[in-house]
Design a protein around this ligand. Sequence first.
Ligand SMILES: Nc1nc2c(ncn2[C@@H]2O[C@H](COP(=O)(O)OP(=O)(O)OP(=O)(O)O)[C@@H](O)[C@H]2O)c(=O)[nH]1
Ligand SMILES: [Mg+2]
Length: 376
Amino acid sequence: MDLSIIIPSFNERENIEPIVERIHSALRDQGIAYEIWFVDDSTDETVSVLTRVESIDEQVHVHHRTGARGLASAVVEGFERATGEHFIVMDADLQHPPELLPDIYRKLAAGIDVVIPSRFVSGGSDGGLGPLRKLVSWTARVIGQVALRRLRKISDCTSGFFGVHRNVVVGAPLDPIGWKILIEVLVKGRYRTVHELPYEFLARDAGESKMSLQEQWNYFRHLFRLVSQSPSDRRFFLFCIIGASGVVVNLVVLTILKYAFGISDISASITASLVAMLSNYIWNDQITWRASGKRKWNVKLPLFVGISLIGIIVTTLVMNGLKHLDVPVPVGQAIGILVSTVWSYAMNNRLTWRDSAKQLREDVIVTREDRRIRSV
Ligand SMILES: Nc1nc2c(ncn2[C@@H]2O[C@H](COP(=O)(O)OP(=O)(O)OP(=O)(O)O)[C@@H](O)[C@H]2O)c(=O)[nH]1
Ligand SMILES: [Mg+2]
């Protein structure tokens, strides 16, 4: 079997027959051996429609789950059952045009590990969503891309439409929460190459949307779980938390030195900053970069202190630069802190605790097709 098309479905009775028909029209003459797997959690007549279609069409298979719900877990069950060399996941409601299947398949067959039709490369469009949904979806994507390194280069990382070679997902420890199966695959799958194709996402014309606030919440739970399971993504957050803890250490030490020991303000302030820096160094060494960096402390500590001092200069330069653009000083300082945190994280990762940089370089190659393929 060349290709398995995996479709999660929940109460989509009007869409089942049209999607099967359109998949057949798209693939019939392409010389591709394919099967269609519905993983269905429906509670309405969709179940009988699927049973009928399965009984008359030998390319259609249905796995009906009772008691379970969840788009992403349905897709994982599809991966377990599908027999194709390649898998393509798509929604049941025809928002993902089946006419794109041959193009996706050709890329997979040519050796690309992950193929993602994207609404956000030139020639693509997300015209099928209203302005509020677009904003929510944009925000969700950006948060995901900030949190997880493997999503950063992918323009449509929350899509429900994508293709993979079976080896990307079979045997990978997939354990998604909620809907966004693609982020789970991108973070935990085994792949080297990703290709993006433009497509037009259309409005649903039959059935109801199952998107809900609960699902948005699940998305954050899912991101949180992925970050906490991924050592390289976890690091940046640990670094930020430890940086914030340094502020507390700084203030406590300053207070003790000034009020309990009567030390002068300037000496108390400088000592408090040095103690906070040392505390940050120790926590980062023991927690953030625990498993990495073979260097001795007498190399790492001066590097860390040097980077921290340059970080202070970076903050001030950013604040001052923004001040000339009429940005209020506290806002400029906050942006400066952000810039210097990202910068000092990257420098510490690359220099102080060096061998972790090697892991970061095992990178994925992303290509994209910037041409209009087809609109339906
Ligand atoms: N198996 C299964 N499929 C689901 C579940 N929830 C949603 N789906 C399917 O997942 C796909 C995406 O759901 P939609 O409701 O279309 O979500 P959406 O595309 O973000 O929202 P609209 O733009 O309003 O259609 C559809 O094929 C649904 O039938 C579920 O709990 N289990
Ligand atoms: Mg939909």
